[in-house]
Design a binder for this molecule. Structure first.
Ligand SMILES: NC(=O)c1ccc[n+]([C@@H]2O[C@H](COP(=O)([O-])OP(=O)(O)OC[C@H]3O[C@@H](n4cnc5c(N)ncnc54)[C@H](O)[C@@H]3O)[C@@H](O)[C@H]2O)c1
Length: 420
C-alpha cells in the first residue's frame, strides 16, 4: 500500500468545510420524504443507538439490514429498534445477518448508507468494502488501531471523495453547536495564538465479559473487545480520541511526535486482557505548542472529561466558554449531537454536497495511536513511525483459531519496531 501523507493544510481545509456544513440548520432538502435506506454493521450499543439517531435525524429513514459477528447481538438490536421506532424498522428476517462476513451481506442489500459500529479493528476493512460497494458511510470513531489501518482509511477517504460518497465520523463534538461556535471563535483569534492545550478522559472502569468454557479465543476477545489492543486500540484510542480530536480541531495542528507514560495498576485480572488503565502523554504540535493529555479508567478515582485551550489573549474550554478580552459563553440551542451528525450526513447526501470526514478522523485516530505507542515504549514516537506500524488484526479470522493474549507492553523494553 502506498504511504500517503496529510498536510496541515489538508487537515484545516477539511475542518473548515465541515464547520460550514455542520452549522447548517435542518435544510429544506432534509425535509424530503424520499426514502433513505440504512444498514447497520456492528449491532452493539452504538450501532443500535446510531440507527435510532438516524431515524430521528430526517424524514424517510428506514433501517433495512443489520449484521453482527453474533446472531444474539443482531437480534437484540433489531428488537430494540423495532420496539422504539417500529414504523421505520423495515429489515426482513432474511436481512438480519451474523458471522465475521456479516458486513458483506449487509453491503449486498439495497442500502443507501451503512453505519459502521464494530470495534475499530475492522473499520478500515469495512470502510473499504462499503465505499467500493458505492455506499455512503457513517463510521464510529476510532477508525483504526495501527498505521496500516490509518493509511487504508486515508486511501479510501480519497476514493470516497472521487466517487461523491459521504463519510461522516462519530466524533460528535464536531456536530455540536456549542463546540462549533466556541472553536470558530478560537480559530478567528478570540484567544490569540494557541500556545498550550490540555485534555482529559479520566473515569472509572468499563464493562467486561468473563470467559466461559464454551467460548473460543476469538469469541471471548470479540465479546470482550475493549481489553485487546488489536481490537480497541486501548482506551486512549477508543475513548480519549474525542478530546485529542478537539485540541487538534481548535489549534488546527496535527501532532508530529509524542512522549508519555502509562501502565496497568488496577487492571490485573485476566478479564482485562493486556491493555493499560492510565496514560499521560505530551503531544508535540510544532512551534513549541503541546497537548498534555490524560486518560484513565480506574475505579474510585476522580473523573474529568474535558479540554482546555490556552492562548496569548485568553483561554477556552472549547466546549462553550472563552475567558479573556473576548469573553464568550454559549447560550444557543442544544441538540443531541448523535442525531445531528446523521442529519448532516443525510442533508449532504440529499443535496449532493456530501461531507467527507474520513481523513480528519483518521488523523485524530493516528494521534491517539501515537500516544499509546509512546507510553507502551517509553520512547519519543513520531507520526512516521506510527504510519510504518503493520496491521494488528490477524488475517483470516476463524472461530477455532488460537489467539493468545499478548504480553502487557513494558516501557523501556517494548520497542516501536516490534510493531513494524
Ligand atoms: N461516539 C461515541 O461517543 C461512541 C460511544 C460509544 C461507542 N463508540 C464506538 O462505537 C464502536 C462500537 O462500540 P459499542 O459501544 O457499540 O460496542 P459494543 O460491544 O456494544 O458493540 C460492538 C458490536 O460489534 C460486534 N462485532 C465485533 N466484531 C465484529 C465484526 N467483525 N463484524 C461484525 N460485528 C462485529 C460485536 O459483536 C458487538 O455487538 C466502537 O468503535 C466505539 O469506540 C462511540
Amino acid at each position: 500500500m502506498a504511504k500517503r501523507d496529510v498536510s496541515r493544510r489538508d487537515f484545516l481545509a477539511g475542518t473548515a468545510a465541515l464547520g460550514a456544513t455542520a452549522m447548517m440548520p435542518n435544510l429544506a432538502f432534509g425535509q424530503t420524504s424520499e426514502t433513505m435506506k440504512v444498514g447497520v454493521i456492528g449491532c452493539g450499543g452504538r450501532g443500535r443507538d446510531a440507527a435510532i439517531n438516524a431515524i430521528d435525524a430526517a424524514p424517510g429513514v428506514e433501517i433495512v439490514a443489520l449484521g453482527d459477528a453474533f446472531a444474539d447481538r443482531t437480534q437484540q438490536a433489531a428488537d430494540v429498534i423495532k420496539q422504539y421506532r417500529e414504523k421505520n424498522f423495515k429489515a426482513p428476517k432474511d436481512q438480519l445477518f451474523s458471522g465475521i462476513d456479516a458486513y458483506q451481506k449487509v453491503l449486498q442489500c439495497d442500502v443507501d448508507y451503512v453505519i459502521l459500529a464494530t470495534p475499530p479493528a475492522f473499520r478500515p476493512q469495512h470502510l473499504e468494502a462499503a465505499i467500493k460497494a458505492g455506499k455512503h458511510v457513517f463510521m464510529e470513531k476510532p477508525v483504526a488501531v495501527d498505521g496500516e489501518g490509518i493509511l487504508k482509511v486515508f486511501e479510501i477517504s480519497d476514493l470516497a471523495k472521487s466517487k461523491g460518497l459521504a463519510i461522516v465520523a462519530g466524533t460528535q463534538r464536531r456536530h455540536e453547536a456549542q463546540y462549533l461556535e466556541t472553536i470558530k471563535r478560537i480559530q478567528d483569534g478570540a484567544i490569540g495564538d494557541v500556545v498550550s492545550m490540555r485534555c482529559y478522559w479520566n473515569q472509572g472502569g468499563l464493562w467486561s465479559v468473563n470467559r466461559t468454557p464454551e467460548m473460543s479465543d476469538l469469541e471471548w476477545q470479540l465479546r470482550n473487545w475493549l481489553y485487546f489492543t488489536w481490537l480497541s486500540g486501548d482506551h486512549i484510542v477508543e475513548q480519549h480520541i474525542h478530546n485529542i480530536d478537539v485540541c487538534m480541531w481548535a489549534s488546527g495542528r496535527v501532532p508530529q511526535a509524542a512522549v508519555g507514560l502509562g501502565g496497568r495498576q488496577t487492571r490485573t485480572a485476566e478479564v482485562f486482557g493486556h491493555i493499560y488503565d492510565h496514560f499521560s502523554v505530551e503531544f508535540d504540535m510544532g512551534d513549541e505548542v503541546r497537548i498534555h493529555s490524560y486518560s484513565r479508567q480506574q475505579d474510585g478515582t476522580v473523573s474529568n472529561v474535558s479540554e482546555f485551550i490556552q492562548g496569548t489573549k485568553g483561554n477556552s474550554n472549547a466546549a462553550n466558554r472563552i475567558w479573556g478580552e473576548n469573553a464568550y459563553r454559549f447560550d444557543g440551542e442544544k441538540e443531541n449531537p448523535y442525531m445531528v451528525e446523521h442529519r448532516n450526513l443525510i442533508n449532504g447526501i440529499r443535496s449532493g454536497n456530501v461531507l467527507n470526514e474520513g481523513r480528519q478522523v483518521a488523523e485524530s485516530t493516528l494521534a491517539a495511536i501515537m500516544g499509546r505507542f509512546a507510553c507502551y515504549t517509553g520512547q519519543r514516537v513520531t507520526r512516521e513511525q506510527v504510519l510504518a506500524t503493520k496491521g494488528m488484526v490477524p488475517s483470516n479470522l476463524e472461530w477455532g483459531m488460537e489467539l493468545p493474549v499478548p504480553e502487557v507492553c513494558m516501557p523501556g523494553k517494548t520497542k516501536i519496531e516490534d510493531f513494524s
